[in-house]
Design a binder for this molecule. Structure first.
Ligand SMILES: Nc1ncnc2c1ncn2[C@@H]1O[C@H](COP(=O)(O)OP(=O)(O)OP(=O)(O)O)[C@@H](O)[C@H]1O
Length: 254
């Protein structure tokens, strides 16, 4: 069953159509990547999925339910979690404290009202598990403010996982990272894919990063869906090669 689906999703900014009649489905537990050159509409599409933007036309469905008119908070409660929604990283708290608070906020008032030793232990165990999953164990007691850029992204991912949504929208998790930091974050994403049984939709600018991780790849170009297929087919697709790979080649040689 499709856990996430769009039909003819469109948004116009003035005369410019940033997302143009995009229809796609994401089956449950699939790892789908969205690629495309600068300005293709990837982030705008994410904003439409998470509810930050309302479309000019078309619809978004979550588990068959039309959520087009719902707020980001309501969509999050229904199962869509987005990495950049994590605005509550406290710089002067440790990694453990930040993740613990995220786990606690998900469990909500129930746990606070019935606070007891076993629920606190459970929350701490989950926080430690998530810190391990994103490979930050050695930094457990570091203040968030003292983490390297790549480590901060890992912390954000741990806090996103704490919300325990079925769908994770990851917007360029490697953005702004030094080359040495990239393999570690890809390892984290691979581990999440293997261990967490989530549906993952990931935006990536650099196609080579996500070829082996993705079950399917969507290519956006000028707001349009150029292709949506298995990675191998995407590589062979001539339209994609000329539109997207050509652009990348230019970028590397510029
Ligand atoms: N709020 C807005 N108002 C006007 N135009 C916008 C707005 N948001 C995005 N756009 C335009 O929509 C187009 C798509 O932008 P978007 O950021 O979604 O692209 P992208 O594929 O995410 O690019 P990048 O890889 O650079 O992040 C661009 O031309 C951009 O200038």
């Amino acid at each position: 069953m499709a856990i996430l689906e769009t039909k003819d999703l469109t948004i116009k900014f003035g005369g410019h159509t940033a997302v143009d009649n995009v229809s796609f489905t994401v089956p449950e537990k699939e790892f789908k990547s969205i690629i495309g050159p600068n300005g293709a509409g990837k982030t705008t599409l994410f904003n439409l999925l998470s509810g930050q933007l309302k479309p000019t036309g078309g619809d978004v469905y979550l588990k068959g339910r039309n959520v087009t008119k719902l707020s980001p908070a309501k969509r999050a409660r229904l199962g869509i979690g987005r990495s950049f929604q994590i605005t509550n990283v406290f710089p002067n708290l440790t990694v453990l404290e930040n993740v613990r608070l995220a786990v606690q906020s998900k469990r909500g008032i129930r746990y606070i009202m019935h606070r007891n030793k076993s629920s606190f232990r459970e929350i701490m165990d989950e926080a430690h598990r998530l810190i391990g999953l994103v490979m930050l164990t050695k930094k457990t007691d570091f203040l968030a403010v003292n983490l390297a850029h790549g480590e901060k992204r890992k912390l954000e991912i741990a806090m996103l996982l704490a919300l325990d949504t079925e769908i994770l929208l990851l917007d360029e998790p490697t953005a702004g990272m030094s080359l040495e930091e990239v393999p570690a974050i890809l390892d984290v994403i691979r581990k999440i894919k293997e261990q967490e049984s989530k549906t993952i939709v990931l935006i990536e600018h650099k196609m080579d990063m996500i070829m082996d991780l993705s079950d399917s790849i969507m290519v956006l170009f000028n707001g349009r869906l150029l292709a949506d297929d298995h990675p191998k087919e995407i590589m062979k697709n001539e339209q994609v090669q000329s539109a997207y790979l050509g652009g990348l080649y230019d970028e590397h040689t510029a």
